[in-house]
Design a protein around this ligand. Structure first.
Ligand code: ADP
Ligand code: MG
Length: 469
């Protein structure tokens, strides 16, 4: 994807205000009705429409008039919101060339005022795996274009949290600088991915170091889950740096041992093929799975003394809930053939839909917006009550003026939301009838989030006012 940051210079405060209004509207709308954008942005008379045209021209928004006249953010629009926030924070001041294209990310160089160059990773969940998952089980049936915001943000937040924690525990990872929305800023690694390296001076040492990192991660309660030649950087002095953490799991994950073995095997295979590393006990057959080979070079998951709770502790410290962790795992972990993943996911599918829907309230990790997150939950509860009484649901993202009592402009044809809420309600009734006690944090999350919807509109207004336009 081309990131023409020159456009950034020509965007006005109003442009960003409207772009942010669309982002807020996407909490509850796949396509945000124009009237709602206008209401949230609260620009002077008629201003919103002109701005929308400009944003559309620069491909920061996508226009959709199939059901009603509305807009959604494009990845580029989301990029600009994150970049603008980080620039305002003084994290960096310019964006340079693209230095990497991952499976689901774009990596650029950025520089701060002092001329220090860093790496900016923009997560793009949905670019590949969404489609794969979608084709398998149509998980995102009706919400594909707003869930990517949520999942990409989670991927970035998780990556940032892990990078920081791993660095603090002495692992060779980039320095985690900052994070906003789907964007992570980290130190620039000097070197190349191991996949580009044809020859090593100290093949055995490097191999042992890498296997040692996998073991040490497990000792800290973690498995990388994508530990391969693409995610190991090496410089001219053969110093290693590990990157790419959104898919890491705890050693207590149900498939932990398989993920661990897969990481180990990836490295063994790569080293034997690329560097002809032979493993003594295995007498030249490096691809074999013999016991002799396992005993000699493969660390055994079962014999590692594993710490527990590291992952939970680190993630909750960074504001990451268990539910969010479960959501992101669904989309970042590749399935291992023969594992029990598929089965469990089928069982959890409905649960997942609800969790995902609940979580749409949190689109950015700005402190103010975290506050607003809780409030969206409240309104969902209200929506459900009203639905059960046969009324039209009120949209939680309709930021109203205190004297604005007409709230249905442009939203009345959001049948999808109503349908989802009705479905959610039916399930809750079913569960209640079956005597199932719901311990699910996501479903009940709204209960302890305090505020009511009138408070909600106030906080959202504050949030708009306190953003740095
Ligand atoms: P993905 O999750 O999409 O696989 P990665 O984090 O693995 O993304 O990054 C993709 C590529 O970008 C890497 O292979 C590497 O070449 C480059 N890259 C990523 N992070 C950095 C960094 N901190 N410094 C230098 N290059 C990086
Ligand atoms: Mg990678």
């Amino acid at each position: 994807m081309k990131l023409d940051v020159n456009v950034l210079r020509y965007l006005s405060k109003d442009d960003f205000r409207v772009l942010t209004a669309v982002e807020m509207g996407m909490r509850n709308h796949e396509i945000v009705p124009v009237e709602l954008i206008d209401r949230i942005a609260s620009l002077r008379h008629g201003g919103t429409y002109k701005v929308l045209k400009n944003l559309l021209k620069h491909k920061l928004l996508h226009h959709d008039s199939s059901k009603y006249d509305g807009f959604r953010l494009t990845y580029l629009g989301y990029d600009f919101l994150a970049i603008k926030t980080l620039v305002n924070r003084g994290v960096f001041s310019s964006v340079g060339r693209q230095i990497g294209v991952g499976k689901e990310s774009d990596i650029f160089e950025v520089a701060n005022e002092e001329g220090e160059i860093m790496a900016m990773k923009l997560h793009r969940l949905g670019r590949t795996s969404f489609r794969a998952v979608k084709s398998k089980r149509d998980y995102l049936r009706h919400r594909s274009s707003f869930s990517w915001l949520y999942l990409s943000r989670l991927a970035a937040l998780k990556e940032f949290a892990f990078m920081k924690a791993l660095q603090e525990h002495g692992f060779p990872v980039p320095n985690a600088v900052d994070c906003n929305r789907h964007c992570v800023i980290m130190s620039l690694v000097q070197g190349y991915p191991l996949v580009q390296v044809k020859e090593l001076q100290n093949t055995n040492t490097i191999f042992e170091k890498i296997i040692g990192i996998i073991v040490r991660l497990a000792e800290h309660g973690l498995i990388h889950c994508d530990f391969n030649e693409f995610n190991i950087m090496i410089d001219d002095d053969e110093k290693i740096t590990i990157i790419d953490f959104p898919q890491m799991v705890s050693v207590s994950h149900r498939n932990a041992e398989m993920y661990f073995d897969r990481d180990v095997e990836c490295i063994i295979k790569f080293f034997s093929k690329r560097f002809n590393l032979s493993f003594e006990a295995d007498a030249g057959d490096s691809d074999s799975d013999s016991d002799a080979e396992s005993d000699s070079i493969k660390p055994r998951f079962s014999s590692i003394k594993k710490a527990s709770g590291f992952l939970d502790k680190e993630l909750s410290a960074s504001g990451f809930s268990r539910k969010e962790q479960a959501d992101i795992e669904k989309f970042t972990l590749e399935k291992i053939p023969g594992s029990d993943d598929e089965e469990i996911e089928e069982e959890e599918e409905d649960e997942g839909e609800i969790q995902n829907f609940d979580s749409l309230c949190s689109l950015t990790n700005d402190e103010e917006q975290v506050k607003a997150c809780g409030n969206s939950g409240d309104v969902e509860e209200e929506d459900q009550q009203q639905l059960s009484e046969g009324k039209q649901p009120v949209k939680s993202d309709q930021v109203k003026d205190d004297d604005d009592d007409d709230d249905d402009g442009g939203d009345d044809d959001d049948g999808e939301l109503a349908e989802r809420l009705a479905k959610q309600r039916r399930r809750a009734i079913q569960a209640a009838r079956a005597g199932r006690k719901s311990n699910n944090g996501s479903r009940n999350a709204y209960k302890d989030k305090g505020a009511k919807s009138s408070h909600n509109s106030k906080i959202q207004k504050q949030q708009m006012a306190s953003s740095n336009w």
